[in-house]
Design a protein around this ligand. Structure first.
Ligand SMILES: N=c1c2ncn([C@@H]3O[C@H](COP(=O)(O)OP(=O)(O)OP(=O)(O)O)[C@@H](O)[C@H]3O)c2ncn1[C@@H]1O[C@H](COP(=O)(O)O)[C@@H](O)[C@H]1O
Length: 106
C-alpha cells in the first residue's frame, strides 16, 4: 500500500528531522513506554469498535493502531521492507491448527 509507505517515510523523516508540533516527535520524545501504551490503548479501541459492529469506527481505530505500530517500527529501526520479508516468508505455509492439542481447563 503506497499510503503506508508514504506514512512510514514521513515517520522516519520526523525521527531524523524533528518538526515543531509533530505528534510523532511527541511520541519519540516520550519514548518507548509511551508508544507501547498507545498501542495498547488503540488495540483496545479496535476491539470495542469491532464488538459494536461499527465499520467506520473500526477503520478509524485500525488506522490509529497501524500508525502507532509504525512509530514503534521506526523507534526500533525496523523497515517496512523487513516486515514485508517476514510476511512473504509465511506465504503458502499451512498453519497447523489441526495438530494443536486441546487446552484443558479445570
Ligand atoms: N497517521 C497519523 C496519526 N494517527 C493517529 N495520530 C494521532 O494519535 C493520537 C491518538 O489520539 P488519542 O486521543 O488517543 O491521543 P491524544 O490524547 O491526542 O494523545 P496522548 O496524550 O494520549 O498521547 C491523536 O493525537 C492523533 O492525531 C496520528 N498522528 C499523525 N499521523 C500521521 O503522521 C504523519 C506525521 O504527523 P506529525 O508527526 O503530527 O507531523 C502525518 O502524515 C500524520 O497524518
Amino acid at each position: 500500500m503506497e499510503a503506508l509507505e508514504r506514512l512510514m517515510t514521513e515517520i522516519n523523516q520526523r525521527k531524523i528531522t524533528p518538526k515543531t508540533g509533530s505528534y510523532t516527535n511527541y511520541l519519540f520524545d516520550k519514548g518507548q513506554d509511551k508508544i507501547l501504551k498507545k498501542i495498547g490503548e488503540e488495540a483496545t479501541e479496535v476491539v470495542i469498535a469491532a464488538k459494536n459492529n461499527d465499520k467506520p469506527e473500526i477503520l478509524l481505530e485500525v488506522a490509529d493502531l497501524m500508525y502507532h505500530v509504525m512509530v514503534l517500527l521506526a523507534e526500533k529501526d525496523i523497515t517496512l521492507a523487513e516486515l514485508e520479508a517476514e510476511l512473504q516468508s509465511r506465504e503458502g505455509k499451512l498453519s497447523k491448527t489441526t495438530d494443536r492439542k486441546e487446552i484443558k481447563t479445570l
